[in-house]
Design a protein around this ligand. Structure first.
Ligand code: NAP
Length: 272
């Protein structure tokens, strides 16, 4: 995934803390596990495919990170409650929860079935709710912590081929704000990170496949910086949000997209 970026954070920033990352075995989620682990956190990844979970844990363990895995479908509230409680038990407590798991298959509304729409809303939105609620009950309400939801920068715009994803992520953004309000008194901060085009990811690969276009170039042209993001750009934003430097930030959706969201008119002026 692009050029690696050296950390500008203290290596022990999250020492003694533990994090659960859904969808942490692949793509952006794995990069989040890696960066949190490189800064001292013990990390647990939760998703469905055991072969991916094992491979990612082995990869991070070889880098000296305390990484564990739990298999669950985030749509299944009972399974999620069991896994989150098991994770809190294994670590002694849970400090950070990153809701990153998502479904995505680019398709126009004309080709999208009700089941397809529901599947993505269930994974992205209901899954975020299930994991958040379970983590609050199992650990966070006792001592506070941070929740970071991985969204997408669609809330104020339409997004072709993404009706299901855009609707689900708008719900995630709304849930982020409500959780920030309800959980603030427990010392829990809740924020969301909305990635722009992140090169080398499954999401982007599927988009290229569906459109037959070189979406890298298209997205580069679609943000003022003219570049694609790296998984680390999302992971370091999550790390910052989990750090004391972000102690007064809650209920926010932060677009990490090269300025793409700011550039509504796409005037294509370049330098002016
Ligand atoms: P990815 O590699 O496809 O990651 C998705 C992860 O979610 C997988 O590890 C998958 O594992 C897990 N997952 C899917 N359904 C699940 C379920 N029902 N229960 C538990 N886990 C499930 O995707 P990515 O491109 O890195 O995207 C990561 C996040 O960033 C997503 O929230 C996505 O919407 C967001 N995002 C990405 C981009 C981008 O440019 N890539 C842009 C905007 C937003 P299993 O299949 O094994 O369960």
């Amino acid at each position: 995934m692009g050029e690696p970026l050296e950390s500008c954070f203290a290596p022990d920033l999250l020492a003694g803390r533990s994090a659960l990352v859904t969808g942490g075995a692949t793509g952006i989620g794995k990069e989040i596990c890696r960066v949190l682990g490189q800064h001292g956190a013990r990390v647990a990844m939760v998703s469905r495919k055991e072969e991916n979970l094992r491979a990612a844990c082995d990869e991070l363990a070889a880098e000296g990170i305390d990484a564990r895995w739990f298999s669950a479908d985030v749509r299944d509230a009972a399974a999620v409650a069991q896994v989150v409680a098991g994770c809190a038990d294994a670590f002694g407590r849970l400090d950070v929860v990153v809701n990153n798991a998502a479904g995505n298959f680019p398709v126009p509304i004309s080709g999208l079935s009700p089941n397809g729409f529901k599947a993505v809303v269930d994974i992205d939105l209901l899954g975020t709710y299930n994991v958040t609620k379970a983590a609050f009950e199992a650990s966070l309400k006792e001592h506070g912590g941070q929740i970071v939801n991985i969204s997408a920068p669609f809330e104020m715009k339409g997004a072709s081929l993404q009706a299901h994803v855009a609707a689900a992520k708008a719900g995630v953004d709304s849930l982020t704000r409500t959780c920030a309000v309800e959980f603030g008194p427990y010392g829990i901060r809740v924020n969301a990170v909305a990635p722009g085009h992140i090169s080398g990811t499954e999401g982007v690969r599927r988009f290229s496949e569906a459109t037959g276009a070189d979406t890298s170039d298209e997205h580069r042209a679609n943000n003022p910086l003219g570049v694609s993001g790296h998984g680390q750009d999302i992971a370091y934003t999550v790390l910052f949000l989990c750090s004391p430097a972000a102690r007064f930030i809650s209920g926010q959706v932060i677009a990490v997209d090269g300025g793409g969201t700011a550039d509504q008119l796409k005037m294509g002026l370049g330098r002016v």
